[in-house]
Design a binder for this molecule. Structure first.
Ligand SMILES: Cc1cc2nc3c(=O)[nH]c(=O)nc-3n(C[C@H](O)[C@H](O)[C@H](O)COP(=O)(O)OP(=O)(O)OC[C@H]3O[C@@H](n4cnc5c(N)ncnc54)[C@H](O)[C@@H]3O)c2cc1C
Length: 431
């Protein structure tokens, strides 16, 4: 096992998350090389926390103990075709682009992907990370089993028929260190992506469900301060009937490749202009070879029941003059329900309202309470990996199974080995 720690008094900089807005308190990062070393590490340390690819903006992965990276655990991908649908088990520290490449070699694919392909599988599912599509649940929604080293240092298999699976799968790192994830997959499929511009808000809001359900994956990019939605990225499966023409709703088809930030060169975005290609090269917004080591942005996201979608958008447009000056862009997506207790899209057909902010932490932190106040009445749920300021009472109302989750954490980790201040704040909401 190797560790990159700091000796007392060392002035070496601490590790930061990808966006650089957070310096982890943990002085030590351990890199176990096999599950036995991982188990030993958990047994020996009073406080431990898994660290994925560091793409969260919140302090969800922080600890005052040892952070554990799975980047040196052997990568493996094992496909099982014996059941009704194919399943793939992989090392939890692998990234989605690594997993997608391996699946492609076997004629398979994951049903959906997030916007960035470099996020670790373990870290993504633990926070309820999602892609887009009215029929597509969060990435955790296709997980059928996880294997994790629990607080006693044992490796435990938790399958989707286990009573605590709904707590553990979107577990915020509270149940242990997941080293293997099994997911349902599908035969490889092709997708073509087309961008539309200047969709009038009135037309969209009159038909929000129809537009967001008009193709396999639909993303709306906006700054909430004009009369039109800047761009609509429509990703259709080639096997599906053609996607509707958005000129029916008043939009224009883009005639060249677009970045979602108007005026930015489009070199990093996935292929557009309706050219078909493998789903793993169309469903993410960014190309796998585009690997920024750090990001010049912050993110927040809130998920509401799609029933409240029009109301939620009206609230955000009313705040448009305050939101827009701090934004790079905002993205609106649909997410299908899943059964994880703390999934932001758990048990409800959701509209996800995402904000990519400029790196202006203080101003964003000052705006968020006002923005959240408009969404709290709609029982908005924050994305756990992004920045939010909602307090315990509001979290408790938005997540009806939070009490069950807290009870499961108490059973699994009575000595709070995997605790951190983020988890304390969330569990505080359970009363
Ligand atoms: C550019 C960018 C684009 C993004 N796009 C999307 C998007 O399209 N959709 C979306 O929903 N989110 C998106 N996100 C947010 C991101 O998916 C989440 O923050 C995700 O949790 C990050 O995963 P990670 O591997 O970096 O985990 P980390 O941020 O390192 O950790 C997140 C949590 O998972 C836990 N964890 C990590 N690995 C394990 C493990 N092996 N076992 C147990 N617990 C573990 C950590 O302890 C922590 O609690 C994006 C973020 C960025 C920076």
């Amino acid at each position: 096992m190797t560790g990159s720690g700091r000796s007392p008094g060392s002035t070496a900089p601490r590790r930061r998350n990808w966006a650089g807005n957070l310096e982890y308190r943990s002085a030590t990062l351990a890199h176990p090389r096999d599950v036995a070393e991982l188990a030993e590490l958990v047994r020996r340390n009073r406080r431990v926390k898994a660290l994925g690819s560091r793409h969260s903006f919140s302090d969800v992965a922080d600890t005052d103990g040892v952070q554990v990276s799975l980047d040196r655990l052997p990568a493996h991908v094992v496909v099982d075709r014996s059941g009704a649908a194919p399943a793939v088990a992989c090392a939890a520290g692998m990234t989605y682009d690594q997993l997608s490449d391996a699946l492609r070699g076997q004629g398979l694919a994951l049903p959906n992907l997030a916007s960035l392909p470099h996020i670790s599988v373990g870290g993504a599912i633990q926070t309820g990370t999602h892609g887009s599509g009215a029929g597509n649940p969060a990435l955790s929604g296709t997980v059928s089993a996880v294997e994790l080293v629990d607080a006693t240092g044992r490796s435990v298999l938790v399958r989707d028929d286990s009573p605590d699976f709904g707590a553990v799968v979107v577990g915020l790192g509270a149940f242990g260190i997941v080293h293997r994830v099994t997911q349902r997959c599908v035969p490889a499929f092709e997708v073509a992506q087309r961008v539309w511009e200047d969709l009038p808000w009135d037309a969209l809001l009159a038909d929000l469900r129809a537009v967001t359900d008009s193709a396999y994956s639909v993303s709306l990019f906006t700054r909430f301060d004009s009369e039109t939605v800047d761009q609509v990225w429509v990703k259709r499966r080639m096997a599906d009937p053609p996607a509707p023409d958005l000129t029916e709703w008043g939009a224009r088809a883009a005639t060249s490749v677009r970045h979602m930030l108007p005026g930015t060169p489009p070199d990093n975005v996935t292929e557009q202009l309706d050219r078909p290609g493998p789903s793993s090269e169309r469903l993410p917004h960014f190309r796998p070879e585009f690997r920024p080591g750090r990001g010049d942005e912050l993110q927040s996201e809130y998920l509401v029941d799609v029933e409240h979608g029009v109301h939620a958008i009206a609230e955000l447009r009313a705040l448009g003059d305050e939101i827009a000056p701090l934004l790079h862009t905002a993205e609106i997506r649909r997410v299908a329900p899943d059964t994880a207790w703390l999934s932001p899209s758990g048990a409800r057909d959701s509209l996800a309202l995402h904000f990519t902010w400029q790196s202006r932490s203080r101003e964003v932190a000052a705006l968020l309470p006002r923005l959240e106040a408009r969404l709290i009445a709609l029982e908005a749920r924050p994305h756990w990996g992004k920045i939010f300021t909602m307090g315990a009472a509001d979290l408790g109302r938005a997540y009806p199974r939070l009490g069950d989750f807290a009870a499961a954490v108490e059973r699994w980790d009575p000595e709070r080995r995997f605790a951190n201040p983020f988890l304390d704040r969330v569990l505080g909401a359970a009363g």
